[in-house]
Ligand binder design. Structure first.
Ligand code: IPM
Ligand code: MG
Length: 366
């Protein structure tokens, strides 16, 4: 008899709607596992505001150790008004940065894809959205200004603060190789977004990316300054394939790309480190504390993140594709969560679903 495959998943529900959507994703994962012949074992861990309340720190050491020992990490969301007045070092967001850096998750993959059923949701004009959009943003996640030296001094009118951005060759080359590799498996087009007309870090990014480009002759490489990139994204979103960029530029552009798809409630993400190490998967939206625990949150971004987990960390491609197909079908069938309605749009009778009902719809389609 062949042994059933068992994977260990570290679950970090976090705050706000985090527990609602992570529970939903686990149900879908379990159903996919049953169908494709493997099993998932979960360990629930604390991080963010939930951890602050329980232990006084946003990222307990135990959470880091247990996450490192898992095959993959699934995260809901962290943060909320309750903890907003805490000093920076104690804010729930610190847990996120701490997890990224302690797990070495330098590559953040943020696919922004327009769902045909939802084009009316996009703030862009129909003649632009009609051309579709399928962008993979590859954001550097453990370096740059998020992790550079910072400081503050003085009082009153003498107050000063600074943040610094530093990047080294190894940090750039490893993320660039991931972006080139992804482009090879997609439309073979890579855009490096930077501010090389001003920043020396950006100049180094261009230099390094140019140096390794000949190793990927099938990929067409171009460059955009970040201000122009922000503009081109709304002007011609359909013409991008893979976007490679630094930590802060990726943070900004991924929100812009998400809004173009019209539905931040649908966008998943993967954060990856070295091969063989656990990746972390989370929706790109936040913790939406105002609707927490009310069966209102859209679970689809987390469910799609679970699909990325199956594909990228567990190699369960068939199960991942089945989940993605199920989500596409549920949307094509007209089911909507409140966040997926265009302004002024009302769902068809019986089609407006809460978290639990949307999850059931995906389970049924699976
Ligand atoms: C994101 C978020 C985080 C970031 C915050 C919550 C620290 O905006 O994942 O995009 O800036 O990286
Ligand atoms: Mg962000």
């Amino acid at each position: 008899m062949t042994q059933e495959k068992v994977y260990k998943i570290a679950l970090i529900p976090g705050d706000g709607i985090g527990p609602d959507i992570v529970t939903a994703a686990c149900e879908v994962l379990d159903k996919a596992a049953g169908r494709f012949g493997f099993r998932l074992e979960y360990e629930e861990l604390l991080a963010g505001g939930a951890a602050l309340d329980a232990s006084g720190e946003p990222l307990p050491q135990y959470t880091v150790e247990a996450a490192k020992g898992a095959d993959a990490v699934m995260l809901g969301a962290v943060g909320g008004p309750k903890w907003d007045t805490l000093p920076t070092a104690l804010r729930p967001e610190k847990a996120l940065l701490g997890l990224r850096s302690s797990l070495g998750l330098f590559a953040n993959l943020r696919p922004a894809r327009m769902f045909p059923a939802l084009v009316a949701q996009s703030p862009l004009r129909p003649e632009i959205t009609a051309q579709g959009m399928d962008i993979m943003i590859v954001r550097e996640l453990t370096g740059g200004i998020y992790f550079g030296e910072q400081g503050r001094s003085g009082r009153g009118e003498e107050r000063k603060a600074y943040d610094t951005e530093a990047y080294s060759y190894p940090e750039i080359v490893r993320i660039a190789r991931i972006a080139f590799g992804l482009a090879q498996g997609r439309n073979k087009q890579l855009t490096l977004v930077d501010k090389a007309n001003i920043l020396t870090t950006s100049q180094l990014w261009r230099e390094v990316v140019k140096e390794i480009a000949p190793e990927y002759p099938d990929v067409q490489l171009d460059y955009l300054y970040v201000d122009n990139a922000a503009m081109q994204l709304v002007k011609r979103p359909y013409s991008f394939d893979v976007i490679l960029t630094s930590n802060m530029f990726g943070d900004i552009l991924s929100d812009e790309a998400a809004q173009i798809t019209g539905s931040i409630g649908l966008l998943p993400s993967a954060s990856l480190g070295l091969p063989g190490k656990p990746g972390m998967y989370e929706p790109i939206h936040g913790s939406a504390p105002d609707i927490a625990g009310q069966n209102k949150a859209n679970p689809l971004a987390t469910i799609l993140s679970a699909a990325m987990l199956l594909r990228l960390s567990l190699g369960e491609e068939d199960a991942a594709a089945a989940i993605e197909d199920a989500v596409t079908k549920v949307l094509a069938d007209g089911y909507r969560s409140p966040d997926l309605l265009a302004p002024g749009e009302t769902a068809q009778e019986g089609m407006l679903l809460g978290t639990l009902e949307m999850t059931s719809a995906v389970l049924a389609a699976l």
